[in-house]
Write a protein that binds this ligand. Structure first.
Ligand code: GDP
Length: 196
């Protein structure tokens, strides 16, 4: 398992504090409450690596987890949480935007979306925003355990088509932290990104 060695490394609040020792990193982004922390914990096979919050929008900084060999998993602040003061939102937007646009070590973005509400306006903004980098995005449709078989097939098809129209290197899969399904597919994507 590619993510299993993950150990907490550092928290970053300003771009100037991004670790220079990083050789390659994969970032996780998504709306608050989409299931990002749960997905990271599931992939790392840990219960409390990333903090699964009862208060959405809590994580306001960038968390780095070391995977060994100067490779890192990067947990980005969740977006779309309404009850956050404007100044804090501006700070995130700047931090997130500049990180995604300019971080040379970033190999690819894992975008977490609730399989029942995929491709919200903010998710689409995120995908469009990342497009100029030319870097790949792999979307996880989480909480797939909440969908029946035909609904999960339908949502997968719908998102696959939408992403294909945006960029050839935007991909998607179903995922469930509860059932621990879809982990191998993500690991394969991560391994490929780190190799490139
Ligand atoms: P984050 O804000 O994106 O980090 O989301 P969390 O990981 O904190 O999850 C938000 C809520 O969704 C929590 O109550 C989780 O227990 C729940 N959740 C996350 N992943 C899954 C999943 O795969 N299946 C189900 N049924 N619930 C999930």
């Amino acid at each position: 398992n590619f993510f299993q060695p993950a150990v907490f490394y550092t928290t970053v609040n300003h771009l100037r504090d991004l670790p220079i020792e990083s050789a390659a990193e994969i970032a996780f982004a998504g709306r608050s409450n989409a299931g990002k922390s749960s997905a990271i914990n599931t992939l790392a096979n840990r219960t409390r690596l990333a903090f699964v919050s009862k208060t959405p929008g809590r994580t306001q900084h960038i968390n780095y987890f070391s995977l060994g060999g100067q490779r890192y998993l990067v947990d980005l602040p969740g977006y779309g949480y309404a009850k956050v003061p404007g100044a804090v939102k501006d700070h995130w937007r700047e931090l997130l935007g500049e990180y995604l646009a300019e971080r040379a070590q970033l190999c690819g973005l894992i975008l977490i979306m609730d399989s029942r509400h995929p491709l919200t306006e903010l998710d689409l903004n995120m995908l469009q925003w990342f497009l100029p980098t030319g870097k790949p995005v792999h979307c996880l449709l989480t909480k797939a355990d909440k969908l029946n078989r035909s609904d999960s097939i339908a949502v997968l098809r719908q998102v696959t088509q939408a992403l294909a129209q945006m960029a050839p290197n935007y991909t998607v899969q179903l995922f469930s932290s509860l059932k621990k399904t879809g982990t191998e597919e993500v690991e394969k994507v991560a391994a490929r990104w780190f190799e490139d």
